[in-house]
Every structure is written in C-alpha cells, then in structure tokens.
Ligand binder design. Sequence first.
Ligand SMILES: Cc1ncc(COP(=O)(O)O)c(C=O)c1O
Length: 382
Amino acid sequence: MTLSYPINDRHRIAAPQLDVPARLLLGPGPANVHPRVMAAMSLPTLGHLDPSYLKVMDEIQSLLRYTWQTDNPLTISVSGTGSAAMEATLANSVESGDTVLVGVMGYFGHRLVDMASRYGAKVEKLTKPWGQVFNLDELRQGLETYRPTILALVHAETSTGACQPIDGVSELCREYNCLLLLDTVTSLGGVPVFLDQWGVDLAYSCSQKGLGCPPGLSPFTMSPQAWEKLQNRRSPVANWYLDMNLLNRYWGNERVYHHTASSNLNYGLREALRIVAEEGLENRWQRHYNNAKMLWEGLSEIGLKCHVAEEFRLPTLTTVRVPDGVDSKAIARQLLTEYNIEVGLGLGELAGQVWRIGLMGYNSRKENIVLLLKALQETLYA
Ligand SMILES: Cc1ncc(COP(=O)(O)O)c(C=O)c1O
C-alpha cells in the first residue's frame, strides 16, 4: 500500500497494560459493581437488532417497571449516564414558551433549571436551604403562583442527602393541570419509589448507584399522559438522540434501528435488575435503611453529625458535617490513598462543610460500614 502522507507517530505511546486500584466506592456514585453484573457484561457482544438482544431489551423493560413500580408502556434504558435520561424527560415534555416549575433544594435542581431553559422553557424556581425539603403547602403555593405545565422535583438530592416526600404531590399537579417530573437517580433500587401510586408522569435514573452497574445507561419512563402530551406537541422534539417518538420505534414492536445500543452494558443492567427482583423490593429497601441506620449511629459514636434531619435523611446517601477546623479534602484524600476508600466532598453551597457517604446497591453492606467508620476514626483522630 502506498500512503499519500507520512504517518504522524507523535501520539503512538507505549501505554502499559492497564492496572487500576480496587477501591471501595462509598461516595455519591458510582458504587462498586456487583460481580454478577461484571460477569454478565463480559458475555459476547450482540448486534442491536439481534433477536437474542431484543429479548434482553424486553426483559429490561419489564424488570425496570417492577423496580420503579409502574405499568408505563414506555419504560426503557437510555444510552448515556443519568443526565441523558434527565435531558430526555425535559426534551420530550417541554416546548418553547412552556412554564416549568423546579423545586431546587440542591445541586441537581439547578441542573434541571439549566436544562429546561435550554429547551426554551420559562423556568420558575422554588428554593429551599440545602438539606431541607418542600412541604405540600409550599408546592401548592408555587403551582398557584406560576401555573406551570410541568413541576420537576428531585426525589433524592445527592448533593444534600435529603429525600423529598412525594405523597400527595400529583394530586396537586392534577388540580393545576400539570405533569409531575421526578429525578430518582439516587433513590431507584435503594429507597421506596412508587411511580404509579405517586402519579409521576416522567422519571429517570442512572445505572451506577442503587442498581449496582457501571455508569453508561439511564432508565427512563413516561406515563400515558406524558406520551399524549408528546403526541400533541406544536414543534418536533429539539433533541434527535433523545426523541421518544424515535426511541419508542426501537424499543417497541417496530424494532426500527435508532442507534447502536451497547448490548454489553444492557446485559449488566438486566443482571442488576434480576438481582433486585430476586431480593425483592421490600427486602432491598429494608437492607438499605438498616445499614444507613447503622452508619448514622456509628458516626454519632465517633463524634460526627449528619447534615439532614433524620426524618428526611436518605438511606442511600448521607451527608456528614465536617468538624470545625478539619480540612475535608485532606481527610478524603487520606481515606483514598491509605485505605482505598472513596467518599464524596460537598458540592456547591455545602463545599467544605460535608462529606457525602453512599451506601448503595451492592455496597450497602455491614462490613463496608465497619471499615469506613474505623478508617474515618483513624484519619480524624490520629
Ligand atoms: C440526583 C441526580 N440527578 C442527576 C444526576 C446526573 O447523573 P449522571 O452523573 O449519571 O449523568 C446525578 C448524578 O449523580 C444525581 O445525583
């Protein structure tokens, strides 16, 4: 072969065989991946329209409905991390000029505001100090004032560790004729979620937290009401990749090519959801709660305080107050380098004030709590 140009070899580095440390991931996610999920992902890659893979897709849809407690026909995994399905909920439900009301009680509420405004929405915010949640009167007041077409809430705010109660919210939304959009990124698979009982219209999650997969896929679901709104849009969905009209033709009966979905990541998600079903939601939620309680008691015993009132504390993600005079980054670095344990730092308003400790999915286990408490005690009081 005669080449027209000389090869540029400047970037042809001799990279050594990859060697990464085995960390205990007790931060805000990713959490450690269940070994059965890792094994499933190493099965042979299949084409995205292979009949064997289409069966995997059907099983994922069914198991996701169980995990979310919904009968929504359109329940799928989006290719991309949690932010992709987050964007999908807004891209498909928001049109230029619509009013979207977002409950902002942490970092991810702000992300919803940013995304919604990029789709031309008039975005209104209800705000709460980071670590607190909204009550029904506050939400009613917001709906009364702004008359939005969508109310968007974060169920489990990963930046603060607070769990927003959802009972009663959809009744308000129906009264004001608006859809309810819910972020369940840090709740799905670890905290009770009852999408249909709660009357949620649009929801999304991620693969790398309570489900125990690597990042890369994001569960998405929409109610028949949200689907109807999508069918009656004045303008096309402004995001081709996330347009549910197109994705529904791939995930539904037609099986029309849309994009080259990762069969291997989806094998992993299928296995993770199979584990959820084997354990049973009630047992899984109880395990997360019991282990979180053990962590909270252990933290108190070593003189540390939680940021969120116990009533609204998330079992999956605990924010721990950094004691006065302690450098939160230095402690987190020491935990990582000396103990191989990752914990998260505070985000936004809580930067420098808290550590974020995740006990999610496969990682919600007693032995991890014992290790972490011992390591924290040694680094803080050495
Ligand atoms: C509540 C919440 N929403 C959305 C996201 C975005 O997910 P991802 O980082 O997977 O894109 C996260 C990530 O941690 C989150 O915690």
